[in-house]
Design a protein around this ligand. Structure first.
Ligand code: NDP
Ligand code: PMR
Length: 401
């Protein structure tokens, strides 16, 4: 059954059903329809299968069905009052199964203005999380994405295009943090895990989806990459050892595969906490390089942000229990940098949808009253030459150059 389903999925669509970029720009189908998600990442429209999939039930392939409401087709239909209204936007959020990603997905879905594509590696966890968060039915679609595999990223892009929805915003949010790892672990393509998932997986995803963003007719198209204060050495938090430092990029140039101990971007010995901070520097450099290369040509807003210290999220799941116990009160009462998941989600949702936050090339932060401001990146995170080199080396590693 699994083979048959795969075959059906891979069969090219008849040309009448294959969406051209123009058709995609022209937006989605006007009726809600049924989709099927396979846990291994395949996703297809059951209209091509008739009712046969209804009874499918195998132990080897988990099949989940979800009704997906598709956004209204036109960009600016006139409302009865004669005022122009903007159609529902479609936002992809990676790592929307928990923490900041889930809180952002919820904030956007509840606004009624967004359909969220939750790009996650664990379908069941995401479905449960969306339900538990009370996200309105039909306000989201879950599509499989494992950023630790470039094949999965490419498959995700194909699957998302099959949804036949315009892509208006992409949020690169997912991340792993491995502060206690003694040895590096590696992605399917052999890259050190933190940089492989947080930076390289997102780099390929963002590059692939740029043409979809470009084709969208949404009034404000955005590509957002979540950064962090801990990657910025112009702050107190960024000076807590081990500090981020990409060095001369020799490890990245060597493929980050641990051969000759090059599992770190700077070629130094493996350090999980530093690898995470380095990956965040790459995220912030990538956002700026996108801005320089593509903002004028595409009209897409490129932004990064530090949402505050969300000390309760799953990001710290691999840290020692004592850290997990003390970190939230430390951030709440000592540094006062703490922010709840809900508040952080609202902040990122602002970067997705606020009409006032359309400026491109900005690293957003918030002050104590939760007002956003354009923050200053560290010297390394705003180094244009380094940004260009990281871009070019990353292109090679993900097979774009
Ligand atoms: P969480 O651990 O709650 O969320 C991380 C998400 O990334 C999860 O949904 C996780 O999926 C997903 N993910 C991990 N690996 C992969 C993968 N290989 N493929 C696809 N998805 C994956 O942490 P946060 O919400 O805190 O982190 C979200 C973002 O916020 C990150 O970019 C982080 O760097 C940033 N950030 C967080 C801060 C904080 O204080 N927490 C501060 C500053 C920035 P799964 O559920 O399957 O594990
Ligand atoms: Mg930090 C103004 C002070 C401040 C802020 C906003 C953060 C955010 N941290 C601050 C200060 C300090 N931290 C100080 C003074 C210390 C030494 C006691 C400290 C320690 C510390 C540790 C051990 N902090 C940490 C860790 C982690 O393991 C977290 C980390 O680096 O994850 C990569 C972390 C963080 N501190 C923050 C934030 C936002 C984090 C985690 C998340 C991230 O950057 O994504």
């Amino acid at each position: 059954v699994a083979r048959r389903l795969r075959w059906l999925f891979r069969r090219p669509l008849p040309s009448s059903r294959r969406p051209s970029p123009r058709a995609r720009r022209g937006a989605a189908k006007d009726s809600a329809f049924f989709r099927v998600c396979l846990a291994d990442g395949l996703k297809f429209d059951t209209t091509s299968l008739g009712l046969r999939t209804k009874r499918v039930n195998t132990s080897s392939v988990a099949i989940r069905a979800q009704a997906a409401a598709v956004s209204a087709p036109t960009a600016t239909p006139a409302s009865p009052s004669g005022k122009k209204t903007v159609r529902t936007g479609n936002a992809i959020i990676t790592g929307a199964s928990s923490g900041l990603g889930l809180a952002t997905a919820k904030a956007l879905a509840e606004s009624g203005k967004w359909h969220v594509i939750m790009a996650c590696r664990d379908y069941l966890k995401t479905a449960r999380a969306a339900r538990a968060a009370g996200m309105p039915k039909g306000s989201y679609t879950i599509v499989h994405l494992d950023l630790a595999s470039l094949d999965s990223v490419r498959q995700f892009v194909k699957n998302v295009r099959q949804l036949d929805m315009p892509i208006d915003v992409v949020v690169c949010n997912a991340a792993v943090y491995q502060p206690t790892a003694k040895e590096p672990s590696f992605t399917a393509d052999g890259f050190e895990m933190s940089v492989g998932v947080n930076h390289l997986g997102h780099f390929l995803l963002a590059r692939e989806l740029l043409e979809d963003l470009k084709a969208s007719d949404y009034p404000s198209k955005r590509l957002i990459i979540v950064g962090s204060i801990t990657g910025n050495t112009n702050t107190l938090a960024g000076n807590v050892p081990p500090k981020a430092n990409l060095g001369d990029l020799r490890g990245l140039a060597a493929g980050l595969n641990g051969v000759g101990s090059a599992a770190m971007i700077d070629g130094a010995e493996f350090d999980g906490a530093k690898a995470y901070k380095d990956s965040k520097v790459c995220n912030m450099l990538t956002m700026q390089e996108f801005h320089r290369r593509y903002h004028e040509e595409t009209g897409v807003t490129f932004a990064s942000l530090y949402p505050g210290c969300i000390a309760t999220t799953g990001l710290f799941r691999e840290h020692i229990p004592l850290f997990r116990l003390l970190f939230p009160p430390f951030q709440k009462y000592i540094t006062k940098g703490y922010v709840s998941e809900e508040e952080a989600g609202k902040r990122l949702a602002q970067v997705v949808s606020e009409p006032s936050l359309t400026k491109s090339g900005v690293y957003w932060s918030w002050n104590k009253n939760s007002a956003s401001f354009e923050n200053q990146l560290s010297e390394e995170a705003s180094d244009t030459e380094k940004a260009r080199k990281v871009w070019e080396l990353s292109e090679k590693l993900v097979g774009l150059a």
